[in-house]
Write a protein that binds this ligand. Structure first.
Ligand code: GAL
Length: 683
């Protein structure tokens, strides 16, 4: 079995496009990759025409020839289904396969990802090409795995074609059965939107002032996700029939309107992510990106990938400069940064790292999107850095198969992610709080996991000592039951404001707030509202500690058993409760009436004892990330210096530096962008 996530070594790969280069380059390219430690390539995701140049005329010679070379030199291959770029003959003959914008204008041939998931014709042609490709190449000895399509929902995460409308109606019929139920769920009595026939329903269309029905929009996002998941499953069911035992099926990256947990569970062996941290240094947005920690904020996406798929790889890891669109232009990675970003991925749990791409393309829309090599293909600094990473990977062999260690989980649900994209009240608190939690935990060296609660069991949740659900706006009964059980069994749970005020349709509930968790939290919320700009800083007093209550304030009133922990200050509701706690079973729950700023998160993690779980082993300055992976009683401590300046760290135990087997303790200097991996055995 040649799986890239076998758990016994870290593996390097790259994305290669045989169709972009003269055949004369192939063998030498693959040998040079192998010489530099790259042992896997991903191919063919945009190469439909190399197999079916004319409808129904299949010719496998091109990739047969290429795979012969791969086999000869011993290169392993991830083969892709080529559906992300339908050929010109296809879209010309069957324009119904095209995606459309909200005005119904079709996206035409000439870029990529211009198809829609719901066209019956595209589904039929997809089945044919995927079947042909998998059947022909599935047993090839050099192939070790398959990638479905490329980046589902990238570029276009919204679909407004006629086929989408037709399928949307089916989706809604399956969900609601009757129009009465749909009208009820969408609240169509408001502004006289009542539907009297399914044919009256469309995917969202342009409306006056963009005031579309919010409940319809929420269902539409669920529908897009459902469409992408079904489309991936259709492909994976076919590929599965032909692949060799042990070969895997994956797809790459995270985009909007997509329940990646479901896609992973239904169709994949594991997920892969495409990591481009240099976006944090785009020329025009560098200053704005600072608040989200620039390249370091990719740790957030890596944490999300890990939540979707415990074992995961990186299918595209940045290795060069960027920029085919305005606003995406960025500097070339500085010496050390390719290593830093690679180790960032490994620190978060990736055991496979594949660079995008081997050679920089000399043509097409991505001419500036640099790979390891430049246009000439000569040896260069970036290739030397990759070679050095390979040497480091050999030293890091024991890290493979280990798991990321976190004792705090941040709860997420796609319904709330999507609702926060649609609902301005929800967005204002959610986005600010999500940033604050990420930034503050990062800068305080407190590793965390995201927990997609509707894809987790109570047992899995109890691995976390602490759970935070910053804004559980839409609250489902099943979620509440899991959270109650989690606390009952001894967990500590923290909610921020606005929990439980919406049901699954996105409508406001008529219960006293916080709705379904009133009993768990033992608080009532008789009054609430945005912090007035007129009021200055909103804060509460928590036993003498100032607790910033940002953006939105709920005035809490404890119920029997609830304990007031903090009360608002300097406002007309001074003295009312801002934070109420409740002992529940063996655990404890906190309900906080505000959104979270960095200061707020800092107070909570200090008071609840969450902060800096490794401070007895190592202390770092804020500009360094700490991540810990664990396996068989050994901990692997990753230290990542994102700053271009050297920094001093304090190694408080005697630790072995895995890169060079040197023992280190006390004050240690890390150069700009330098990374270290220490091994620590504390039992
Ligand atoms: C990814 C995509 C690649 C390439 C790369 C650089 O999103 O999968 O095909 O486009 O970005 O732009």
């Amino acid at each position: 079995m040649e799986n890239i996530l076998r758990g016994d070594k870290l593996i390097l790969g790259t994305c290669y496009y045989p169709e972009h280069w003269d055949k004369a380059l192939w063998e030498d390219d693959l040998k040079r990759m192998l010489d530099n430690g790259i042992e896997v390539i991903r191919i063919a995701e945009f190469a439909w025409s190399k197999i079916e140049l004319h409808e129904g005329q299949f010719n496998f010679d091109f990739f047969d020839d290429f795979l012969k070379v791969a086999e000869k030199v011993g290169m392993k291959v991830i083969f892709c289904t080529p559906t992300a770029t339908p050929p010109a003959w296809l879209t010309e003959k069957y324009p119904e396969v095209l995606n459309a914008d909200k005005n119904g204008v079709l996206y035409r041939h000439g870029a990529r990802r211009h198809y829609n998931y719901n066209s019956k014709k595209y589904i039929e042609l997809t089945k044919i090409i995927v079947e042909k490709v998998a059947e022909h190449y599935g047993k090839h000895p050099s192939i070790i795995g398959w990638q479905l399509d490329n980046e589902f929902n990238c570029e276009l995460g919204e679909f407004y074609s006629e086929s989408d409308t037709l399928r949307f109606r089916e989706f809604l019929k399956e969900k609601y059965q009757t129009l009465d139920k749909l009208n009820e769920a969408w609240g169509t009595m408001f502004w006289n939107q009542i539907y009297t026939a399914w044919e009256e329903i469309y995917v969202p269309r342009p409306t006056a002032f963009g005031n579309n029905n919010p409940h319809q929009l929420l269902d539409y996002k669920r529908f897009i996700s459902d469409s992408a998941c079904r489309y991936a499953k259709l492909q994976s069911d076919i590929v599965k029939k032909y692949i060799k035992d042990g070969d895997f099926i994956t797809t790459n990256s995270l985009f909007g309107n997509l329940d990646c947990c479901r896609m992973n569970e239904e169709s994949l062996d594991f997920f892969t992510y495409d990591s481009y941290p240099n976006f944090g240094y785009c020329l025009d947005t560098y200053e704005a990106n600072k608040s989200s920690l620039n390249d370091r904020s990719w740790s957030r996406h890596l944490a999300e990938t890990r939540a979707i798929s415990k074992r995961f790889g990186i299918m595209e890891q940045q290795s060069g400069t960027t920029g085919n669109h305005i606003g995406m232009e960025g500097p070339t990675p500085r010496p050390g940064q390719i290593t830093l970003w690679t180790m960032q991925s490994v620190a978060h749990g990736a055991d496979y790292i594949s660079y995008f791409r081997w050679r920089t393309c000399t043509m097409g829309a991505e001419m500036y999107w640099h790979g390891i090599l430049d246009y000439s293909g000569r040896d260069n600094r970036r290739l030397r850095e990759v070679n050095d990473i390979h040497k480091k990977f050999e030293k890091l062999t024991p890290v493979a198969g280990s798991s990321y260690k976190a004792q705090i989980g941040i709860v997420r649900e796609y319904d709330n992610i999507w609702d926060s994209e649609l609902d301005v009240w929800h967005r204002r608190i959610q986005w600010a709080s999500a940033d604050a939690w990420f930034r503050t935990l990062q800068q305080n060296h407190t590793p965390f996991d995201y927990c997609f609660i509707d894809h987790m069991t109570v047992d899995e949740l109890t691995k976390y000592k602490y759970l935070v659900y910053p804004h559980a706006v839409i609250l489902k009964k099943e979620t509440v039951e899991k959270l109650e059980k989690y606390v009952e069994l001894g967990g500590t749970l923290l909610f921020g404001c606005r929990a439980g005020y919406k049901d699954e349709t996105g409508k406001c509930v008529m219960l006293k707030l916080p709705g379904l968790i009133q009993n768990l939290c033992k608080t009532d919320i008789p009054e609430y509202g945005y912090v007035s700009p007129d009021d200055g800083e909103a804060y509460a007093d928590w036993d003498g500690t100032k607790l910033h209550a940002a953006i939105f304030n709920e005035q809490l009133e404890p119920l029997d058993g609830g304990k007031v922990e903090a009360t608002y200050k300097d406002t007309y509701y001074e003295g009312t409760a801002a934070l109420v706690s409740n002992e529940y079973g063996k655990g404890k729950v906190y309900y906080f009436g505000g959104a979270f700023s960095d200061e707020t998160v800092k107070v909570f993690i200090d008071k609840l004892g969450i902060a800096k779980p490794f401070s007895e082993v190592i202390e770092l300055p804020a500009c360094c990330e700490l991540a810990v992976r664990e396996k068989e009683g050994k901990q692997y401590i990753f230290v990542l210096n994102y700053s271009k300046e050297p920094v001093e760290i304090d190694v408080k135990k005697t630790l072995t530096n895995l890169y060079n087997d040197q023992v280190e303790s006390g004050k240690v200097i890390l150069k700009g962008y330098e990374t270290k991996v220490y091994i620590y055995q504390n039992m």
